[in-house]
Structure formats: C-alpha cells, structure tokens
Design a protein. Structure first.
Length: 362
C-alpha cells in the first residue's frame, strides 16, 4: 500500500548538523530510558534487548540520512516496513511511540533549544501518525513482490530450503538453450529474491533461511554466467560496487554481469568496499561508468560522500555515476540529491541508462 498523508517539515541545516554530530551519543540515551520503562518485557515479547538496541543504532543513522537528504517521503515510506518487520518478530506496536518519546528526551539532552524543537516536530509527527502506521503494517509489505506463479513459488521454496539441485533445474529452464541471462536474472531471480525479502519481513522465514537463499542465488548466477560466450568492446568500462557499509551485493552483481554480456569491460568490487580502495580502483581503471548499489537507507549519506570523492578525482573523461536499488523509486530526485547522474531500480534500467550515456563515445 502506498503511504498517504501530509509529510513533516524537516529541520533546517543547523538542526540537521546538530543531529548528525549527536548521532553517536543518542542511542545509549534512548537505551537508558527504555531499560527503565515498566512495560519493557511486554514491548520485547520473546526477544532479547539487543534487538531494540540495534533498532536504536539503525534509527539514528537512518534519521541522519533523512535530514541530510531532505527526504520526508523516504521516512514516511520506511515506517510501515519498520513496524511490520519488528512486529513479525514479536515486538509490541506500543513500543514505537514510547521509543519516539525517548528519542525526544535524548535529543533535548544533547541538542540545544530551537534546534531540538525543530527535530522534536518530526518526532511529534511520527507519534501522531502511529495508529495509521500500525494499520499499514498489518496490510502487507511496503513493496510487495509480483504475484508468484507455480514456477516462481517452486523456485522460492527451493532457495529457502537450500535445495541446490531443484533450484539449479529451474534456473537452467529459465536460462534456456540460448543463455538468456537477463531472463534468468530479472524474470526469475529478482522477483524470487523480492518474494523472499517479503517472507523475511513478515517473519515467515528466518534470517538463516534468507541468507541461505541469497548464497544459493549467487551460486546460480556464477554458474549461469560461466556458460556464456561474450566479448568486451574497447572504450566501454564500468566499475560496479555496493556502497561502503552496504552488505547487499546481488543487485550490483546482476548489473555487472548484464553490462558485460552487452559488451562492457567491467570490474565488480562486491560488498562493502572501503572508500579509499574503491577510489584507487577508479583511478587505475578509469571507467566510463561508476555504478553503486544501495539497499539500506542509512547508507545513503556515505554514498553521497563517496560520489563527491569520485567527482574530486578530476578524471578525463569524468565517469558518469549511477546509483541503483529499489529505494530510488521512493523519493523522486534522490539519486540527483546524492550527486549521481541518475538512479535505477533494477539492473535492466541501469544497463539502458548506462548505454544511453556512452552512445557516441569513443
């Protein structure tokens, strides 16, 4: 269900900077308040407190990104996902308004006067819409996967149960005799992994099953790619990576493979490549395209910093910069606000955008 309702006015630059500087100090203050709350055991359900502690760490980083980017729609879109994900693990929805009040208290302790008031208004808005978010969380995933037919359901089941033989048979069928890698990646693997993400969000599969499915999917990708016969064309070079601190790499891997099938000379850097190492690779490889994958919203600020650093290399010709991930469907202009040349929600649109940029280049 698409989120509705008015969006909050975000704080001005000085309040955003104050929050950014306070990020390391705020989660422990929130923890102190929650640990003293008389309803803590009810809030936790079957979980250890570490689950809430991790939520507070992630919340601080996420809000820092929302303020930095001026992205209220991203905040509104993410709230039902948070409620749904934690609720599926037994956390009471009554926890969230208490947590948000604790954030207001932590902000008031750490940030002075008018700047704290500007931040408080955003938290007051989240508390006000709490009933609506609870309802939206019950209605289903924020980004539901496409309707799954029997073949896709069988493939999802094979992935989450670790059935290598069964998943390989279905992948081989999708790949076909002509080796249609794009069909395998975008018509089978991508919707299957989205479906698995929805199952994890709803608490219907464990984190271990989700990780096993991802590992098996990457094995299938490697096997399929190894069967292909392709050749790079001179003059088309792409460096593809997941952003620093980003541990989800399958989308970037798909883009790298599909660019290579289309004749690009690619370098795939994988997950969580440190910024300096990635900049060294850009200097050495001199790509026409730098493509960065972002899954978690709290990695957006670091992505913006990396893009600024790539721009600062002063290469000739300067690479075009593409950012990718479903998150770029949520907030119009988000890619440009990071300093990128464009954003793509999947590997197919990323390939088409990249090729449109290099048409006519030597």
């Amino acid at each position: 269900m698409a989120p509705s309702g008015a969006l909050p006015a975000l704080p001005g630059p000085s309040a955003c900077l104050a929050f950014h500087q306070a990020v390391p100090f705020l989660p422990p203050r929130v923890d102190e308040r929650l640990l003293r709350h008389p309803d803590l055991i009810r809030f936790l359900g079957p979980n250890a407190y570490d689950l809430l502690r991790q939520n507070h760490e992630n919340h601080a980083k996420f809000m820092d990104n929302v303020f930095f980017l001026g992205a209220p729609a991203l905040l509104r879109r993410t709230l039902p996902w948070v409620y749904r994900t934690y609720g599926a693990r037994g956390v009471s929805p009554d926890y969230f308004p208490v947590e948000l009040e604790a954030w207001k208290g932590a902000v008031a302790e750490r940030i002075p006067g008018a700047e704290a008031e500007a931040i408080h208004r955003v938290y007051d808005w989240m508390i006000e819409i709490h009933p609506a978010i609870v309802q939206e969380a019950k209605e289903g995933p924020v980004d539901p996967a496409p309707d799954a037919g029997p073949l896709l359901e069988s493939f999802v089941l094979a992935l989450v149960t670790g059935d290598r033989v069964g998943s390989e048979a279905i992948a081989t069928q999708a790949l076909g005799a002509e080796g249609a890698l794009e069909t395998l990646y975008l018509d089978l693997l991508d919707p299957a992994l989205r479906r698995i993400g929805n199952l994890w969000e709803a608490g219907r599969i464990t984190t271990a099953q989700e990780h096993m499915a991802s590992a098996l999917a990457t094995r299938l990708m490697a096997q399929a790619f190894a069967r292909l016969d392709y050749g790079a064309r001179p003059g088309r070079r792409a460096l593809v990576a997941a952003s620093p601190n980003e541990h989800h790499q399958i989308g970037a891997w798909m883009l790298s493979d599909l660019l290579e099938v289309r004749g690009w000379n690619t370098r795939f850097m994988g997950a969580d490549t440190p910024q300096e190492a990635l900049l060294d690779a850009v200097r050495a490889f001199r790509p026409h395209l730098v493509a960065l994958s972002v899954t978690m919203a709290f990695n957006l600020r670091r992505t913006a910093e990396l893009i600024q650093a790539v721009r600062g290399l002063d290469l000739a010709p300067a690479p075009r910069i593409l950012v990718g991930g479903q998150i770029f469907q949520w907030e119009p202009g988000l890619a440009e606000s990071l300093g990128a040349d464009g954003g793509a929600s999947d590997a197919r649109s990323g390939c088409l955008m990249a090729e449109s940029w290099v048409e006519g280049r030597p």
